[in-house]
Design a protein around this ligand. Structure first.
Ligand code: C2E
Ligand code: MG
Ligand code: MG
Ligand code: MG
Length: 280
């Protein structure tokens, strides 16, 4: 890549683009050291049953607390980590940390972990999941792996095979950000997902918007037909909650239930196992 940048033919960047590219490279270099330095951590966002509001699980969301940059958002650093492959190591950290955390909970709630398409292309993902489950002793049923359409776009046959191997371990597979991709329906037909998560853009635009209402109603109906639970993401208001409850959308996730926070803030919800209490 450096070679390419040096070649005259490729020097069509505007000066500010050149600066942005250098900024990206600098951030990528910092991220490599950030992992061993312990600057990455997980926040957990509660997911609840729509009808009762009872919390049924948490989604683990990666955070980078950079001493130099402050809190860096995943939307900024995940694409960079995917570009240089660091996401493979980071993803392993996320999976291991989330499973080790969940196993300490007295309340056997589920824990959801996001997987990057890059993790499917590099390394042996089923072996990693099997190893982490064995290491931590987490019941596979409590682990939910969230994938986006990006996983299935590149090498569809290979991705399917990997997903099937992971599912065979007893782990749940969720389709994240549903409705935003190009061929979401084809993917639902090709793989028996255990959960569908409605992208939060549809929920955010609800507010009396007939299109969004119709789309959400259709996705919830699809879930019912397929017998697959549906989680609506990004639920922020009581009005959105009421709309989803009237449709019998199974679960909700969003600021209304709780923002992603360090797990310590949810201690009352997850509890602490006796054995874990001793070491803590
Ligand atoms: P996602 O998997 O769809 O995660 C949900 C995102 O929506 C989170 O953003 C969460 O904070 C945000 N969110 C949840 N409820 C609300 C709400 O009510 N209102 C609003 N405005 N936002 C809400 P976050 O943590 O910034 O993560 C963004 C994306 O970064 C994630 O989207 C996921 O695609 C990616 N990501 C996060 N952690 C990881 C990770 O460990 N591995 C990988 N590969 N990707 C990750
Ligand atoms: Mg997700
Ligand atoms: Mg999502
Ligand atoms: Mg997303």
């Amino acid at each position: 890549r450096a070679k390419q940048d040096g070649r005259g033919a490729y020097r069509f960047f505007e000066p500010e683009m050149d600066l942005r590219l250098r900024e990206r490279r600098a951030m990528q270099a910092e991220m490599r050291d950030a992992l061993p330095r312990g600057e990455f951590c997980l926040h957990y966002q509660p997911q609840a049953e729509t009808a009762t509001g009872v919390v049924s699980g948490f989604e683990a969301l990666l955070r980078w607390e950079s001493p130099k940059r402050g809190s860096v958002q995943p939307s900024e650093f995940v694409p960079l980590a995917e570009e240089n492959g660091l996401i493979v190591e980071l993803g392993e950290f996320v999976l291991r940390t989330a499973c080790a955390e969940a196993v300490t909970w007295a309340n056997p709630l589920t824990v959801a972990v996001n997987l990057s398409p890059v993790q499917f292309e590099h390394g042996d993902l089923p072996a990693l999941v099997r190893q982490v489950l064995a290491e931590t002793g987490l019941d596979p049923k409590r682990l939910e792996l969230e994938i986006t359409e990006g996983v299935l776009i590149h090498d569809f046959a290979r991705a399917l095979k990997v997903l099937e191997e992971i599912k065979a371990l007893g782990v749940c597979i969720a389709m994240d950000d549903f409705g935003t991709g190009y061929s979401s329906l084809a993917y639902l037909q090709a793989f028996p997902f255990d959960r569908i998560k409605i992208d939060r853009s549809f929920v955010a635009s609800l507010d009396g918007n007939r299109q969004s209402e119709a789309i959400i109603r259709a996705i919830v109906g699809l879930g019912r037909g397929l017998n697959v639970p549906i989680t609506a993401e990004g639920v922020e208001t009581e009005e959105q909650h009421a709309f989803l409850a009237a449709l019998d959308c199974t679960d909700i996730q969003g600021f209304l239930i709780g923002k992603p926070e360090p797990i310590g803030n949810f201690r009352a919800l997850v509890g602490l196992k006796k054995a874990a209490q001793k070491v803590a």
